[in-house]
Design a protein around this ligand. Structure first.
Ligand SMILES: C[C@](O)(CO)[C@H](O)COP(=O)(O)OP(=O)(O)OC[C@H]1O[C@@H](n2ccc(N)nc2=O)[C@H](O)[C@@H]1O
Ligand SMILES: Nc1ncnc2c1ncn2[C@@H]1O[C@H](COP(=O)(O)OP(=O)(O)OP(=O)(O)O)[C@@H](O)[C@H]1O
Length: 289
């Protein structure tokens, strides 16, 4: 069995625009890759008539595993993939705004495109998952528009350690987008212009590159999540008042994950300890680069 690394993403900034005719929203976001955390074990099986074996352990995945969808996608593109056994030990909770599932799918696609010398079309990949083109890109940091598939690759932000906290709070991506639209209809939240969102993201990227302290990073879903749980105010207050050596903090995707960025790994580990002891919430925490 060979093991392939699987990454996650955080949204350092995230602005959401009006819904399109197909119901999807265009976004502007500063993506940043972290990890790997999970690893895909892959083995090619002998015999062409065998079924694929996809085993996901530790955390239950409802519906079709994205790894199976990635395999089907490749076969639909006439890639001659033999039957495959794929094992994964899931560590990251499903649907936490960090694209862990997409990362698993992207890991399989990256392995196949390397072994079978494939050139995968980003537009096709985007239909498969909006953040898949970013996961397959060679960079760690990118500005994305469209639904996240149009990328401007940026020099990777290096020397930054992220404390990632994943509280046990469930909100589906669809529900978060719906609630954001409803709050906007009630006049509770504004939509920033696209040009502002891009300017804002690139300015914040420049600050992070220079390791300037920023504080709270913009994400349009914050107001939606704050209504769901006190955890968010608790976490952001801790970042603001206690983690004096942190650079910036915010919410990833449509939640539930939050992060705080540090230049010193040990500061991040100390902060991890404080989050676990001070916030009354069932929460998984990681320090990742
Ligand atoms: C919030 C982000 O994580 C930011 O990176 C992404 O926009 C989420 O994108 P995603 O994981 O590809 O979202 P999906 O799980 O495919 O979408 C679930 C549902 O969320 C809504 N959705 C999703 C993405 C998007 N740009 N606009 C939407 O309105 C749609 O109702 C969709 O049916
Ligand atoms: N291998 C997998 N790992 C995690 N989720 C998977 C996997 N395969 C399929 N899924 C499904 O994908 C969905 C969640 O995917 P993912 O964890 O990438 O969401 P997310 O972190 O909220 O991502 P985003 O920030 O893009 O919304 C769930 O509906 C889950 O059942």
């Amino acid at each position: 069995m060979i093991y392939i690394p699987s990454y996650i993403k955080i949204n350092l900034t995230l602005r959401v625009f009006v819904p399109r005719d197909d119901g999807y929203h265009e976004i502007s976001t500063l993506f940043h890759k972290l990890g790997p955390i999970e690893w895909l074990g892959i083995r090619r099986l002998n015999g062409s008539n065998r079924d694929d074996i996809i085993n996901s352990h530790n955390i239950e995945i409802s519906g079709t595993n994205i790894i199976s969808r990635a395999i089907e996608f490749l076969r639909s593109k006439s890639v001659k993939l033999p039957p495959i056994e794929c094992n994964i030990w899931k560590v990251l909770p499903v649907g936490s705004g960090i694209g862990a599932g997409s990362g698993n799918g992207a890991a399989l696609l990256e392995w196949a495109s390397t072994i079978y010398d494939l050139i995968l079309d980003p537009a096709e990949l985007a239909k498969f998952g909006a953040d898949i083109p970013f996961f397959l890109s060679k960079t760690k940091t990118a500005l994305a528009t469209g639904v996240g598939e149009r990328l401007k690759l940026l020099d990777p932000l290096t020397g930054i350690y992220a404390l990632l906290a994943i509280p046990n709070i469930k909100i589906s991506t669809a529900e978060a987008y719906r609630e954001l639209d409803e709050s906007r209809k009630r006049g509770e939240a504004e939509i920033v212009p696209v040009s502002f969102a891009i300017y804002e993201a690139l300015n914040l990227y420049a600050d992070l590159e220079k390791k300037r302290r920023i504080g709270f990073l913009p994400n349009d879903f914050v107001a939606v999540l704050r209504k769901k749980s006190d955890f968010y105010d608790g976490f952001f207050d801790l970042c603001n008042s206690t983690f004096n050596n942190s650079l910036a903090w915010g919410l990833s995707g449509s939640g539930s994950s939050v992060f705080c960025l540090f230049t010193d790994k040990h500061e991040a580990i100390k902060a991890q300890e404080l989050v676990s002891s001070k916030l009354e919430c069932d929460c998984k925490t990681f320090v990742l680069e």
